[in-house]
Design a protein around this ligand. Structure first.
Ligand SMILES: Nc1ncnc2c1ncn2[C@@H]1O[C@H](COP(=O)(O)OP(=O)(O)OP(=O)(O)O)[C@@H](O)[C@H]1O
Ligand SMILES: [Mg+2]
Length: 481
């Protein structure tokens, strides 16, 4: 059985659209391996409808396959004998099968079809306006290519503009769901797992959890011809045309170029075109332009997609060694370097997720209206939570180490001194110290310091999973009654 977590919001939105009972067109899109197909297959279960996968084959052959799917799913045997042979006929067929009864039709990997069949989007527009819009269809077009969906489907000039009822971008899973994939691993390894593979379920579900993290990294990523050995190139090749340009930008950022001018220097790409490339990478959620939560500072560019960050830091940098099948040596380096370089930054991010979740559950009394990092003239705060409604602040630091009580206190004092420099008039400030482990942490709690450790991570994660399975169970019970 497949694990299926963290998609309650998406399912609820889709259910609402399903209950409307008039024609709706929905776009579902997002990064490769993010879990679009599984979400839609789960959603369609038990409903009158059909799931169609637009593979890259010739139109006639694809339509023959679609005919079979429709014949089976909707019980129309004659379609098997007389298959349709064009997209135009398919769309007319869909409108006739959904005329009287609510019917969901999912067309997955729609971008392949839209790319290879000239005029498909305009045909869809015409038939939508004439027929489909008057039926009870819920038409879901699903695609993995973010830039394609944003330019060709959602832009004002695109044929489907104004027809789409709802757009759902599928995002990574929250780090709080990571332990569910590897219940037998340590919390340290959950953080490392998230550091390497991010919240991308496609990666997380291809891991062999009987083995340890490092062996998985080796056999999935570092070994020559491993499944994800060329992953960054594959992802870029699908999304963009000038792959080498984008590649060199990501390589530069991974090697420490964090400002616009540093990226120009490292890549030699002219300013104007770099601006455009960066915009595309930001849209894809691959690159992130970080700004301080409050006040102004120069933006810092970072690779946001964790797997790509890992890939460019190790796989691209040590390519020659990996081609020579020296992955064991590279792995030895990764084992030491990962905890020093990438894990501390990702741990900060996890702590921000934990704080948000604690606020959501009312474990802490704050309404975060802004949350992120803050820096100004050499001073830095890892976690700054701002509540502009009741004017509260949480000011925190996250360490990827084990702290003694006195070390933790020292961090807390330092943070207290920084509070005055934050450009925000607050009524109440909470100091947060986060670390892997903190000795005698109850003493800090007595001093009203908020403490987050790997234990907090484990406990919240257990709670979130228990509650969502409870809700699911209740939902199922209601459905039966
Ligand atoms: N919510 C989830 N919880 C746990 N595992 C998931 C979840 N969503 C997807 N997966 C797993 O991740 C893998 C990839 O999911 P899926 O095929 O749905 O991704 P996709 O976005 O359709 O990818 P592609 O763009 O490559 O078609 C599958 O093995 C699936 O079982
Ligand atoms: Mg898919």
């Amino acid at each position: 059985m497949h694990l299926f977590v963290n998609r309650e919001l998406e399912l609820r939105l889709l259910e609402e659209l399903w209950r409307r009972n008039n024609a709706v067109m929905v776009i579902v899109y997002g990064r490769r391996r993010i879990g679009k197909t599984l979400l839609l297959k789960k959603f369609i279960e038990g409903k009158r409808g059909v799931y169609l996968l637009a593979e890259e084959v010739e139109e006639r052959e694809l339509m023959r396959e679609f005919s079979e799917r429709i014949a089976e799913s909707l019980n129309i045997p004659v379609l098997k004998m007389n298959p349709i042979d064009s997209w135009r006929k398919l769309l007319r067929l869909l409108s006739s099968i959904s005329r009287d009864e609510r019917t969901i039709v999912v067309i997955d990997e729609f971008q392949y079809a839209a790319r290879s069949i000239r005029g498909l989007l305009s045909t869809l527009q015409a038939i939508w306006d004439e027929e489909l819009s008057k039926t009870k269809i819920m038409l879901v077009l699903c695609g993995s290519i973010v830039s394609f969906v944003e330019d060709k489907v959602l832009s004002e000039k695109a044929p489907l503009y104004g027809r789409v009822t709802s757009i759902l971008r599928i995002e990574e899973l929250s780090p709080l769901y990571i332990p569910a994939f590897a219940p037998q691993w340590s919390s340290e390894d959950h953080v490392r797992l998230y550091t390497v593979f991010g919240g991308v379920p496609g990666y997380l579900s291809s891991i062999n959890y009987e083995e340890n993290l490092w062996d998985n990294i080796k056999s999935l990523v570092l070994r020559k011809n491993a499944p994800y050995f060329d992953e960054a190139k594959k992802i870029l090749r699908e999304e963009v045309r000038e792959v080498s340009r984008y590649y060199s930008i990501l390589e530069a950022v991974a090697n420490g170029a964090t400002s616009f001018s540093e990226i120009i220097n490292a890549t030699g790409i002219p300013r104007e075109s770099l601006y455009k490339y960066i915009q595309v990478l930001v849209e894809m959620n691959v690159l992130e332009k970080q700004l301080p939560v409050l006040g102004k500072a120069k933006p810092v560019y970072r690779i946001r997609d964790k797997f790509l960050q890992f890939w460019f830091r190790y796989n691209a940098r040590y390519r020659t060694a990996l081609e020579l099948e020296l992955e064991d040596k590279v792995l030895q380096h990764v084992r030491i370097d990962l905890d020093k370089s990438l894990v501390p930054i990702v741990w900060e991010e996890i702590v921000r997720h934990i704080v948000s979740y604690m606020a959501k559950l009312n474990i802490i009394d704050i309404t975060p209206t802004k949350i992120g990092k803050w820096w100004h003239k050499g001073e830095e705060i890892d976690i700054l939570v701002v509540d502009e409604i009741t004017r509260k602040l949480i000011v925190g630091e996250a360490k990827w180490s084990k702290l003694s009580l006195s070390e933790a206190r020292k961090i807390a004092y330092k943070l207290e001194e920084l509070v005055d420099k934050i450009p925000f008039k607050s009524k109440e400030v909470t100091i947060l110290v986060a670390a892997r482990e903190i000795e005698l942490q109850d003493k800090l709690k007595d001093e009203n310091i908020l403490v987050i450790t790997l234990n907090t991570y484990r406990e919240l994660s257990t709670r979130i999973l228990r509650e969502s399975s409870l809700r699911k169970h209740q939902g199922e019970m209601q459905a039966i009654q």
